[in-house]
Design a binder for this molecule. Structure first.
Ligand SMILES: *Cc1c(COP(=O)(O)O)cnc(C)c1O
Length: 527
């Protein structure tokens, strides 16, 4: 509109009338190491463009395949439409196209991308061979009448029915919410340690990179290597460098946190081993102990540390940071202020001795919320990126990222006096209806939730756990709730706050999220 000379008033009023393109993209693990993005409900150039952008975000595979149906638009010239689609696919670097439908077959000469064409979904399914798909990202995009969910089913890996749904829009919403609270120019480091607090690795990192987070942080070199192998190019800080991960750290351009003289010499040895091929400076992050008493240099170390660093020409200090012990707790504010002051003093002395500026950062999620005047040059956003805040006011501004869902395997009615589960620990006082669900302590559901302490949601009703939690199964007392086998059960999600579950488990949401076993399939969706 700018280009066409419309004024800001007209633009503003028309913008309000823009309709979101209704769609929901789902990404799941596919067969033979593939990532499968399913959008089997619509087919038009606009939604294709969005789906292609999502596909291109996926850096984990070099090869990107699109399985596309005919467009069901009647208006306009067909040749022009498919010409436009062909250009779009080339511009997005799609490596293979499988076109399904009579119109695509008719216009196949317009497409220069390798692949093939089929007149219909049935023909495709008849000639389907699983070996044709491996280690690639596949977008399945078709109008509803083509029934592409059948293709989706063949390409998806089977797994048990408990899934962790990860809403990538919510992640982006939370990222942008915190960005809006930062001073202009303050950088944001997104904490993706421990499998991004249980929610995924490259899937989350790709989204954060696409939406321009400044930095990522992981706990171990392995986690960083996994991200690099998946094509993530953002700078990555590694918080627990270990001797045997140091070479990989340098090879994959990861940036270690150095927290004492031992880790510094470990790094120096690795640099020496590598010496000749090493050209760029190795970037490091210095951790200062300001009261947490976990890892970090102390005040007395600053001078010798700076002396050593000045003599090590291969090393550049990228940032200096510290961690708050109780940033969420108003009762500890005096201590937190003291930590911040101590950090400022130590960081000042260090940068003065180094002779060049380095980024400073101390705030974690709760710190960003409660100490906005101490952002320094960067903040480290963790749990709240995943939608969880200890501040009820702030919680309202965040969106739920992860939901743990399962479905009912069996329903049975038991008589008064009957017991449920191991040790017969739960007894029916009256005739009761029991639903068994395929999720247990091996999935990360604590045994503490047994016998009524844990609650879940079935068809909008909150129901208690009956009996002890088993390794792979749990029983619920659904008496009075109308439900069928196969119905969805929400363990936690937007209507079942994880904080409530955490209280019942006598822990914090961090532990629940990171404790969800890897056998629980993660499903990513973006709307
Ligand atoms: C995990 C971690 C964070 C993030 O903490 P949240 O409370 O999840 O925001 C920040 N800094 C360091 C050093 C951490 O280990």
């Amino acid at each position: 509109m700018l280009l066409m000379g419309y004024g800001p008033d007209v633009t503003a009023s028309r913008m309000l009338r823009l309709q979101p393109v209704a769609m929901r993209l789902e990404m799941k693990e596919g067969i033979n190491g593939c990532s499968v993005i399913n959008d089997a409900y619509s087919s038009d150039p606009e939604s294709l463009a969005i789906a292609l952008d999502f596909l291109v975000q996926q850096n984990q595979h070099e090869r990107r395949t699109v399985i596309l149906s005919d467009m069901l638009q009647n208006a306009g010239n067909e040749e022009e439409l498919y010409g436009q689609i062909a250009r779009m696919l080339i511009n997005k670097g799609i490596t293979r196209l499988i076109g399904i439908g009579p119109a695509l077959c008719k216009h196949k000469k317009l497409f220069e991308i390798p692949g093939g064409f089929c007149p219909g979904t049935d023909e495709f399914l008849k000639s389907f061979h699983p070996g044709d798909f491996h280690d690639e990202s596949i977008l399945i995009k078709g109008a509803r009448i083509f029934g592409f969910e059948r293709i989706n089913k063949l390409l998806q890996q089977r797994s048990h029915e408990t899934v962790l749904e990860v809403n990538l829009n919510a992640l982006v919403h939370n990222l942008n919410y915190f960005r809006s609270r930062l001073n202009p120019g303050t950088k944001l480091m997104a904490m993706v340690k421990a499998f991004s607090y249980g929610s995924g690795s490259f899937e989350i990192a790709n989204t954060l990179e696409w939406h321009r987070a400044d930095y990522l942080a992981v706990a171990y070199a392995d986690e960083g290597v996994e991200l690099r192998k998946a094509g993530i190019s953002l700078p990555i800080m590694v918080m627990n460098p270990e001797e045997n991960g140091m070479d990989a750290m340098l090879r994959y351009n990861l940036e270690p946190e150095i927290y004492n003289f031992r880790t510094l010499s470990m790094l120096a040895r690795a640099i020496k081993r590598k010496s000749d091929s090493q050209t760029a400076a190795v970037k490091i992050h210095l951790k200062l102990d300001t009261g947490m008493h976990r890892l970090g240099f102390e005040s007395i170390d600053i001078k010798p540390l700076a002396d050593q660093l000045c003599a090590m020409k291969e090393i550049t200090v990228q940032s200096v940071f510290s961690h708050l012990a109780g940033s969420e707790d108003p009762g500890m504010d005096a201590f937190t202020r003291q930590q911040i002051d101590c950090f400022r003093t130590m960081a000042d002395e260090l940068t003065k001795r180094l002779g060049y500026p380095v980024l400073r950062h101390i705030l974690n999620s709760a710190g960003i919320n409660r100490f906005p005047d101490s952002q320094f040059e960067m903040v480290r956003l963790g749990i709240s990126l995943y939608g969880i805040s200890t501040d009820p006011g702030e919680q309202k501004s965040l969106e739920t990222v992860s939901s743990l869902k399962t479905s009912i395997s069996q329903i049975k009615t038991i008589g008064a006096g009957d017991t449920v589960g191991y040790n017969r620990s739960w007894k029916a006082e009256k005739e009761s209806v029991i639903a068994t669900i395929p999720v247990g302590y091996a999935d990360g559901l604590s045994r503490r939730l047994g016998n009524g302490r844990g609650k879940m949601m079935v068809n909008g009703h909150i129901v208690p756990v009956a009996g002890n939690i088993c390794m792979d199964m749990t029983m619920l007392d659904i008496t009075g709730v109308s439900a069928n086998e196969g119905d969805e059960v929400v363990v936690f999600g937007s209507e079942m706050p994880i904080t409530r579950l955490a209280e019942a488990m006598d822990t914090i949401p961090y532990e629940i999220l990171t404790g969800i076993s890897r056998r629980v399939k993660r499903i990513y969706f973006q709307e």
